[in-house]
Design a protein. Structure first.
Length: 66
């Protein structure tokens, strides 16, 4: 919503707020036009192993994946 102009702010700042609320750290944020790709990491479990999540928001890709 931020990258598309429907919400005020910077896309990566908005992503960082959401990620921090989940107890994780933003490790990547790339914005191209109205599309954002973010990655976050959090250490979890008794061994503190890293758990990584990736999300994309924006317009659908021009061609179907696969």
């Amino acid at each position: 919503d931020v990258a598309a102009g429907f919400a005020i702010g910077q896309p990566c700042s908005a992503a960082e707020e959401v990620v921090a609320a989940a107890g994780a750290a933003l490790t990547r944020c790339d914005v191209t036009g109205t599309t954002a790709v973010v990655e976050a990491e959090r250490r979890d479990g008794p061994l503190g192993l890293p758990v990584t999540a990736r999300a994309r928001a924006g317009q659908p890709p021009a061609e179907a994946p696969g």
